[in-house]
Design a protein around this ligand. Structure first.
Ligand code: ATP
Ligand code: MG
Length: 706
């Protein structure tokens, strides 16, 4: 088997082979980035089938994304002794996709609320029904609900601590009730409902354990409590459980993930075979060195150092052996410099598809996406993010600006209606009817006399029109700032009580970025003209084959989003011979994505954007008061730490402790970003972030100082 593998161009070293040969019983493969964990997992699946004659149906491989599942199936098909049909029969799935299958097979029929948008609309209606629409944004309520469920809590068990939280709980309960009445489930329900199903039908996990004799989990460090429960319900029957992961790459704790599942795996499975891989096959020595130098500053980790085995590449013109650092003035200049570099590499014969641009959040990528779009450079965005200006939080602001110039713009009118807490459909219908009888310069004014809405809503209409008129002559950046206060600040305040910090941070960041963007223009008219041109180009590019759908909205930090996406995007190009390469020029596109989504992937050249203080580490991890939900989650964890840790904990204030953990997660995020690069790495740290001068990320400075 190993010889055949070698002939295909992959010669596994001793420790890797040991893991591949492992047959029954628990296995722990805890190893650094690029050490071949995913390769070993895949090879072991092939070995079990080809050498140990295990039927493909007996394997369940858990991946973190659907894309990774597709890639493993694809790779499997090319390993020795594996026919394409065998590869297809292996269950390579995410937890969510596995649970969905189970529920479809064994639970009463239901409809999946697959679109984030429909979930959002649903919550909006619930909030209106309960008269809470002025207290919470639908996103806030949804994010809070998701945060609870990822910790396997239900709204009925949640103890609200303030009147506001009581209202929030009411909204959550009603949302759940209405979903049940209509036989709907959303992604948060899939795992919890599967656990419930197992409780109701205890014979089911037994049956599944008999079917899935071998279970392997990739990216185990980011598993959540609910996922672990699902896993153990099946795998504990035979204990043929092999987990692969790297505690240094835990980047989803906001989602309930906890790297202690991997670091304590051997306590729960004392008979587990432990395989350590410390050779990094992916990156050049300089990149591996930087990764090591960054992550060693984390305290809460198992100490391991990666050793590069790839030789340093012979230096060629235009490519840099050492990571290349840039310090542009702002995001606009950052995009310009990066694009220059990208074009230079392209001219030297590097393909776009070997390059990836990674960033912490969608806001950070705004300028880059704008410039790529305007210049017509082909790119693909993983994660189906809407165009920045179409984002659910940004669009209402833009629409009000638009309305100040074009009071009859129907789409923009819809936003204005919704911002008055009136149902968009109902409001627009009413306006349309009235317009037929007597057209008004500001059609919105009809709502002031609409019978179907509450009097406080009627009364708000005229002041809002006066407000909109005023916007037309303002500087666009000031107008954005003003609208932020007018529309969002109260929501943000509500959210800060409401256990949904990720959403809150994301929204603040989006609006600040919008302000930065608006600063480039002197008039509202010029700003809107730019956005229209950008949108037209963006749509034209999307129409030519990319998987992005403009307008399908997702939140940058939305929990489980990553696992949810059924991305049809092509697998990351890798240059090992057992990988199919699709180098068609027409398909040659740059990849853009958040670092969170890049986990497990690799690219020849990686560009990291926004590696500046306040962006990475993100300011939320630096501010004094930790967000409520993190605090709660971390306090609970305190109990299961080792005694030694507890002593140091006692001498540290709890707040500092939480802060440290948040900063460490940020450091891991940078570590994940850096270790995606195979040959070249460009790190950019813009000076001005949302109007303030900031230092280069402390994580980079620490790494330089040794
Ligand atoms: P991550 O932690 O980022 O998920 P990983 O540990 O899963 O990384 P892989 O993606 O499996 O690492 O492997 C990294 C790269 O190293 C891949 O390109 C893979 O083909 C290559 N590789 C793995 N093992 C070997 C080997 N023994 N010889 C040569 N190349 C190898
Ligand atoms: Mg991997």
């Amino acid at each position: 088997f190993f010889e055949a593998l070698e002939n295909l161009g992959l010669s596994l070293h001793h420790a890797q082979q040991e893991a591949v040969r492992h047959h029954e019983g628990p296995l722990l493969c805890l190893a650094g980035a690029g050490s071949g964990k995913t390769s070993v997992l895949t090879a072991r699946a092939a070995y079990l089938m080809a050498v140990s004659s295990v039927p493909p149906e007996s394997l369940w491989l858990v991946t973190f994304t659907n894309k990774a599942a597709a890639e493993i199936r694809d790779r499997l098909g090319r390993l020795p002794g594996i026919t394409p049909s065998m590869a297809r029969r292996v269950q390579a799935r995410t937890f969510h996709s596995f649970a969905l299958r189970l529920l479809q097979a064994y639970a009463p029929p239901f409809t999946l609320l697959a679109e984030e948008r429909s979930r959002y609309g649903f919550m909006k209606r619930v909030l209106r029904e309960l008269g809470l629409q002025e207290q919470f944004e639908a996103e806030t309520a949804l994010a809070s609900l998701s945060a609870l469920k990822s910790r396997a809590e239900l709204p009925e068990d949640w103890q609200p601590k303030s009147p506001l939280e009581r209202d929030l709980r009411r909204a959550m309960l009603r949302f759940e009730e209405q979903k049940q009445e209509r036989n709907l489930k959303d992604f948060d329900d899939l795992l919890l409902d599967t656990i419930k199903l197992f409780e109701a039908k205890p014979e089911l996990p037994v049956k599944l354990a008999r079917r899935f004799q071998f279970v392997m989990v990739d990216e185990f460090q980011d598993s959540t409590p609910v996922q672990i429960a699902l896993l153990e319900a099946i795998a504990n029957a035979h204990r043929n459980l092999a987990v692969f992961g790297d505690d240094d790459q835990t980047i989803y704790t906001f989602n309930g993930a906890n790297h202690r599942y991997i670091t304590t795996f051997q306590e729960r499975y004392p008979d587990a075979i432990r395989v350590t891989l410390d050779l990094n096959f992916r990156s050049t020595p300089a990149i591996v060195g930087l990764g090591n130098a960054i992550i060693k500053h984390n305290q809460d980790r198992l100490s391991k150092t990666m050793q590069a085995v790839k030789p340093a590449p012979a230096s060629s013109a235009g490519t840099s052996q050492q990571p290349y650092y840039l310090r542009p003035n702002d995001a606009e200049e950052e995009a310009m410099l990066m694009i220059e570099k990208i074009q230079e590499l392209k001219q030297q014969g590097h393909a776009y598809q070997d390059m990836a641009v990674l960033y912490r959040s969608q806001s950070v990528s705004r300028a880059m996406i704008e410039q790529l779009t305007m210049e017509g450079i082909p790119y693909e965005q993983l994660g189906r993010e809407p165009l920045f200006y179409d984002h659910g939080l940004v669009k209402p602001v833009i629409d009000h600006l638009r309305l100040s110039l074009q009071p009859r713009d129907k789409e923009a009118l819809g936003s204005a209606v919704a911002c008055l807490y009136i149902s968009r459909e109902q409001g627009l219908r009413y306006i349309q009817q009235q317009e037929k009888e007597r057209a008004k310069k500001y059609p919105l004014v009809h709502l002031a006399s609409c019978q179907g809405i509450a009097s406080f809503q009627q009364e708000a209409v005229k002041p809002r029109i006066r407000y909109i008129k005023k916007l037309a002559s303002m500087k666009p950046a000031l107008a954005v700032q003003d609208m932020r206060r007018e529309f969002y600040d109260k929501f943000t305040q509500a959210a800060s009580h409401a256990d949904s910090s990720a959403y809150q941070d994301a929204s603040a960041e989006l609006l600040e970025e919008l302000e930065s963007s608006a600063k480039r223009f002197d008039t509202v008219e010029a700003f809107i003209k730019h956005i229209d041109e950008l949108a037209a180009r963006y749509d034209a590019q999307q129409a030519t084959g990319s998987t992005n759908a403009r307008g399908s909205r997702t939140e940058p930090y939305a929990p489980q989003q990553q696992a949810r996406q059924e991305t049809k995007a092509k697998s990351a190009p890798v240059d090992t011979p057992y990988h199919a390469r699709d180098a068609e020029e027409a398909d040659d596109k740059l990849t853009l994505m958040t670092i969170h989504r890049a986990k497990g992937l690799e690219f020849k050249t990686v560009f990291l954007l926004g590696i500046t203080e306040e962006l990475l580490p993100h300011r939320t991890s630096l501010r004094k008061k930790p967000p409520a939900d993190k605090k709660a989650a971390l306090t609970e964890d305190r109990s299961d730490r080792s005694a030694a840790m507890a002593v140091t904990d006692a001498s540290r204030s709890q707040e500092e402790d939480v802060k440290l953990q948040l900063v460490e997660e940020e450091r891991r995020l940078l570590y994940v970003g850096v270790t995606r690069a195979k040959n070249q790495l460009y790190i950019s740290s813009p000076v001005v972030v949302h109007g303030d001068k900031q230092e280069i990320s402390r994580f980079i400075k620490e790494a330089w100082q040794q």
